[in-house]
Ligand binder design. Structure first.
Ligand code: PEP
Ligand code: MN
Length: 297
C-alpha cells in the first residue's frame, strides 16, 4: 500500500535535501523561538551581548547593566571557555554560572552560556535559558544529542571548517531528538585570509534562510576578531536578514581575560546598536527594548 493510502496519512512530503526536519521543504514557516517575552526568528532582531568570559562579580555586573542599557535581549557570557591554549583562562566554571544567575536576576536578562561537555549539561541547564554549542563542538554528536534532551533552546555555532550543509546536519541531530528550538549562529570560517581571525560568511545567512526554517544570528566578534570591524559587519548582517547579533562587550577590553581585541566598550556598543536599529528599520525589522541610551548616542 502506498503511504498516501494509509489510514491517518493526509499528505506525504518527499524531502530531497540531506537534512530533513530542519529543511524549508519540511516546514515552510519560520520557526520562532520564544524565550521569556522575546521571540527569536520573528520581526524583531535581538542582541545577545556580554563579556566573552565571566571574570568576576563586578566585571559581569558592570557589563550586564551596560548591555541591558543598550537594549540587549540576552546576556551572553562564558563560564566554561574553549581555549586554544590550555594555559589560557578557561572560565570560572560553576562560580561563573552562579554569577550569571545573579546578573540575570539583577537585570532581568535571560542567560546564554556555553556547555562543552555532556557531563555538564544538567548543571549548565539549571542556569542557562539558552545553551550554546561552541564552534569547536558543532560536530560533537553525543553532546548535540545530550543538549537536545535538556528541553532548552540551543544556540548552535557553525564550525570553523564546516560547510553550511554540515552545519544544518548538526542541527538535524538536535531536532531529531525532539527539540526544534535551534538558533543557528554564523561565526566565521577558516580561510587563507589573515587580516581577520575568521572569514565571516554573510552569504550563509540568506542561504540558511532559503534552506531552513530555523532562525540564524551572526557573531561578528569571533567572525572578525577586531572590535572596529564589529559595527560594519553587524550592519551588514542585519541587512542580509540575520535574526540577531552576538556581540562581545567589555568595560576594559585591554584587561579582558579573553577576546579583548574583539570586545566593544559600552560606548561603542551603544553606537553600534543605534546604527543597527537604522538598518533593521530599513529592512522592515526592528530592535526590541528601545532605550534612552540608544536614542542619545
Ligand atoms: C564564544 O562564543 O565565546 C566562542 C568561544 O565562540 P566560538 O565557539 O564561535 O569560537
Ligand atoms: Mn569570545
Amino acid at each position: 500500500m502506498s503511504l498516501e493510502a494509509r489510514c491517518g496519512v493526509e499528505k506525504v512530503v518527499q524531502i530531497l535535501s540531506p537534512f530533513k526536519l530542519v529543511s524549508r521543504e519540511y516546514r515552510q514557516d519560520n520557526t520562532i523561538i520564544q524565550v521569556g517575552n522575546q521571540s527569536i526568528g520573528g520581526k524583531e532582531v535581538h542582541l545577545f551581548a556580554g563579556p566573552c568570559a565571566v571574570e568576576s562579580r563586578s566585571q559581569l555586573m558592570e557589563i550586564a547593566f551596560a548591555v541591558k542599557e543598550g537594549g540587549a535581549s540576552f546576556l551572553r557570557g562564558g563560564a566554561y571557555k574553549p581555549r586554544t591554549s590550555p594555559y589560557s583562562f578557561r572560565g570560572l566554571a560553576e562560580e561563573g554560572l552562579e554569577l550569571l544567575a545573579e546578573a540575570s536576576a539583577a537585570t532581568g536578562l535571560p542567560i546564554v552560556t556555553e556547555v562543552m561537555d555532556t557531563r555538564l549539561v544538567p548543571l549548565v541547564s539549571r542556569y542557562a535559558d539558552i545553551l550554546q554549542i561552541g564552534a569547536r563542538n558543532m560536530q560533537n554528536f553525543p553532546l548535540l544529542e545530550e543538549v537536545a534532551t535538556s528541553g532548552k533552546p540551543i544556540l548552535l555555532k557553525r564550525g570553523p571548517g564546516a560547510t553550511i550543509e554540515e552545519w544544518l546536519m548538526a542541527a538535524e541531530y538536535i531536532v531529531l531528538q525532539g527539540n526544534d528550538q535551534v538558533i543557528l549562529c554564523e561565526r566565521g570560517i577558516k580561510t587563507f585570509e589573515t587580516q581577520t581571525r575568521n572569514t565571516l560568511d554573510l552569504s550563509a545567512v540568506p542561504i540558511v534562510k532559503h534552506l531552513s526554517h530555523l532562525p540564524v544570528i551572526v557573531d561578528p566578534s569571533h567572525g572578525t576578531g577586531k572590535w572596529w570591524l564589529v559595527p560594519p559587519m553587524s550592519r551588514a548582517a542585519i541587512a542580509v536578514g540575520a535574526d540577531g547579533l552576538l556581540i562581545e562587550v567589555h568595560h576594559s577590553p585591554a584587561e579582558a581575560l579573553s577576546d579583548g581585541e574583539q570586545s566593544l566598550t559600552p560606548e561603542n556598543y551603544y553606537k553600534l546598536v543605534k546604527e543597527v536599529q537604522e538598518v533593521a528599520l530599513s529592512v522592515g525589522r526592528s530592535l526590541p527594548n528601545p532605550t534612552e541610551k540608544r536614542i542619545q548616542v
